[in-house]
Design a binder for this molecule. Structure first.
Ligand code: GLN
Length: 487
């Protein structure tokens, strides 16, 4: 088998045993990257030399018989809103051009401690605001399955990198679907973990109360492996949960039968607005799970009608506050400001540094938080959030997991939705609930519709990542979907 097709676990064990040199493997990945990257634009920065040094260091330690980590030699791509010390971190924005953080995100430290080889920083919608990776100051990323189409977003670079073999694994961030959307559109596995399970230290904030860093991989086992490495308490993130880290992979070795597992299909996810091909693929997947012994029922969550509106009000409000720090003094880009007073200089830097979509959200978020409107918008959105959480809690009394399509459609054409922000926001209808509620949600590929991948979404109660992995793995084991390198 071509090492480029090895799952992460196999790369690490082959490197550990001295059967595969980390450097040879890296060179093979780099060659692949050089071949496909001109078509895809999945990376903003490729850290070739840094990666080589790490790979050589791993090989040396293997030769000497020293211990190497769980991800020895595994090539990982990191979304460009996660800090890697000394490496430019732009968040897909002009305003952070040239910014090199002086510290590593906790997840990056954990990757390094397990001997992962970081290959670069992936393209994204500016400040993670978007669902198509078209809102990047560094040009759009293309979908490896069809270069005319978007890879999803905002972690589109990470999705495309994994699907095309530019990396073995990748990290994304998911505020309202940004891991699951590109996973679905690119035919890879992506997980949004329980809020607080993975440290956000070193993740550039978009909407703090909603987001988590999440693993992306070619298969469920690799996704579980990457989560085991990055999850766990971190005193540097005040929202980090004090839970014992789990080895999520060992949970997968359970026999993949689902005897008595109760699966609830969310009615609102399967109705109007869902592409026919998507609905069919998802029903087929549910049928496969039923054949493995699961008990399937339908569940209606009425409050979901308001999820999208509540999400966008909360996300934009938090963003308007978070993005106030980009003043041209502390980080990155600063416009020429000769003769301008402080207010004008600040405004000019921001006018030139931020893209359209980011400015739109800062304005709307500021409006929603302003005196006189706060109660009508922000506060009301918080109340809706509570209602949705309560409805999910109730549903989880009847069902162990809840399922539906990750996205109501397959990857759309580049440029198709960019003119109409509302149409783009609508794409997130199935992904935002898990962020509002804080529960784990995975997207696992479940077939093709008109030649494009479809994602099955599985959600479980807080900290039940083991359950979402179990269901996703059981589906994967039916063999109805196999990872293939694209393009
Ligand atoms: N598309 C959603 C938004 O634009 C989600 C983005 C994300 O998860 N970072 O807010």
């Amino acid at each position: 088998m071509n090492p480029l097709l090895y799952p992460a676990e196999k790369v690490a064990s082959a490197v550990r045993n001295g059967e595969l040199s980390a450097l040879d493997y890296l060179e093979a990945v780099l060659e692949r990257l050089k071949h496909v990257e001109p078509k895809l634009n999945a990376f903003i920065t490729v850290t070739e030399e840094l990666a080589r040094r790490k790979a050589e260091n791993i090989d040396r330690r293997v030769e000497k018989g020293l211990k190497v980590g769980k991800l020895a030699g595994v090539v990982v791509a990191v979304k460009d809103n996660i800090c890697v010390k000394g490496v430019e971190t732009t968040c897909g924005s002009r305003i952070l051009k040239g910014y090199r953080p002086s510290y590593n995100a906790t997840v990056v430290e954990r990757l390094m401690a397990e001997d992962a080889v970081i290959i670069g920083k992936t393209n994204m919608d500016e400040f993670a605001m978007g669902s198509s990776t078209e809102f990047s100051a560094y040009g759009p990323t293309r979908n490896p399955w069809d270069l005319e189409r978007v890879p999803g977003g905002s972690s589109g670079g990470s999705g495309a990198a994994v699907a095309s073999g530019e990396a073995t694994l990748a990290l994304g961030s998911d505020t309202g679907g940004s891991v699951r959307c590109p996973a679905a559109f690119c035919g890879v596995v992506g997980l949004k973990p329980t809020y607080g399970l993975v440290s956000r230290y070193g993740l550039v904030a978009y909407a703090n109360s909603l987001e988590q860093i999440g693993p992306m991989a070619r298969n469920v086992g690799d996704c579980a492996l990457l989560l085991s490495v990055i999850a766990g308490y971190d005193p540097r993130d005040s929202t980090s949960l004090k839970v014992q880290p789990m080895d999520y992979q060992t949970k997968l070795t359970d026999p993949p039968e689902l005897e008595k597992l109760r699966i609830g299909v969310i009615k609102e996810f399967m109705g109007e607005g869902v592409q026919e091909g998507v609905r069919e693929r998802v029903w087929n997947a549910v049928q496969s799970l039923e054949n493995l012994g699961a008990r399937v029922g339908e569940v209606s969550l009425k409050s979901l009608d308001y999820a999208l509106a509540a999400y966008y009000i909360i996300a934009m409000s938090e963003a308007s506050s978070n993005l106030a720090r980009y003043d041209g003094l502390r980080y990155g880009f600063r416009s020429s400001d000769q003769g301008l007073d402080w207010n004008r200089a600040y405004a000019k830097t921001r006018r030139m540094g931020f893209g359209e979509e980011v400015k739109r959200r800062i304005i709307l978020g500021t409006f929603a938080l302003s005196a006189g409107y706060y109660e009508a918008y922000y506060l009301k959105a918080l109340k809706v959030r509570t209602l949705i959480r309560m409805e999910f809690e109730k549903a989880f009394k009847k069902f162990d997991v809840l399922v539906g399509p990750s996205m109501p459609m397959t990857a759309f054409k580049i440029g198709e939705k960019i003119e109409d922000p509302l149409e783009l926001y609508m794409c997130d209808i199935n992904t935002v609930p898990a962020n509002l509620v804080g529960i784990p949600a995975i997207s696992v590929p479940c077939g093709l519709s008109d030649g494009l991948p479809v994602g099955l979404q599985v959600m479980a109660p807080p900290l039940r990542e083991d359950l979402v992995f179990k269901v996703a793995y059981a589906y994967e084991r039916t063999g109805k979907w196999m990872f293939q390198l694209k393009p």
